[in-house]
Design a protein around this ligand. Sequence first.
Ligand code: ADP
Length: 374
Amino acid sequence: MNSGMTEYEEEKVSEEKVSEESKKRIHSLKSLRTAYTLLVLLILVSAGLITACVYIILYTLDFIPSSALTPLKLPVIVIVSCMLFGTLLAVFVGKLFINPLRRLIAANEEIRQGNFKVRMSEQTVIGELNNLMRSFNSMADELEATELFRNDFINSFSHEFKTPIVSIRGFARQLQKDNERHTLTDEQRKEYTDIIAYESARLARLSSNILTLTKFENQQIVTDKTEFYLDEQIRRTVLLLEKQWTARQVNIELELQEIRYNFNEEMLAQMWLNLIGNAIKFSPTGGTVLVRCRKKRDAACIDISDNGEGMDEKTLHKIFDKFYQCDTSHKSEGNGLGLAIVKRIAELANAEVSVKSEPGKGSTFIVKLPLASE
Ligand code: ADP
């Protein structure tokens, strides 16, 4: 339905509606406080009346002497002062939990407007309210982290796409100009076309990795499961990567036990491709990559070790993040999505992925795939 309003006007109207809502909520809290005070007053009046009745009955039955009722002033004073004191106490106690609730409503409003930094004090005198504040604070923590992650993701995403595009455009223009002026040497023309080919391949790899990751992230159930041999699949992956390891003179050592596995074959192959591909990529020239596959109790353990540069603690914490690359100069081929894909596949396979690494001592990625008990 088109009401004829612009997007901005619609947003404004919805904001006004929400402020109205929170005003209403604060108003209902005020009435809650009044209702609570009246309730306490009613209880005290009833308590006073019951006390008076008990007093009179006891007097009629001669259980208490008439001197206790004369002067009548004493019980009246006690009851009235009890009522006044009780009501004041009720107002004070009411404030103790109504005020934090009002602050909580205001904080919720801030969150709605996008301020995820707002936090509540967890030091109120009521335990349940402290719990409520604690869960509000952890919700705000989560939202802040998600917002940071989203911003970071968008920045990395646009950076990863923009860099090759800018480079392709720049070199294509140089070649265009050269068509009119003929100022470039043959080597330069070759260099520029090589760069264009390299950057467009990088773009294609990036798009296909993003598509793969998005596909796996949106997938909750693994389809097309078949029975296959893990050792066979790993061997095939190593063959697929032959061009990479021969170019870097990396030795590949395989210790593969025969293990049958039931899963989406293509999906799992992607995991080995990324992990073994990384091991080769981060190995020194002439280095060694060892891939082992063993059955350990109810799991298939696959470890991929290299004797490359390794990683420090700080790097290890981030490697599974999207677009994370330790080497920001992009010296090595990659886009920081390979391990994010590995992590998602592992989640879908209920598998565990862990890493052991130290700077200068290489890295070992360990994948534990659950085996159905026979
Ligand atoms: P990339 O496309 O950069 O390889 P990944 O997500 O596969 O992206 O890896 C993220 C980062 O983790 C890499 O840029 C690198 O810094 C680090 N990394 C991954 N595997 C290894 C390894 N075997 N040795 C050293 N560093 C590694």
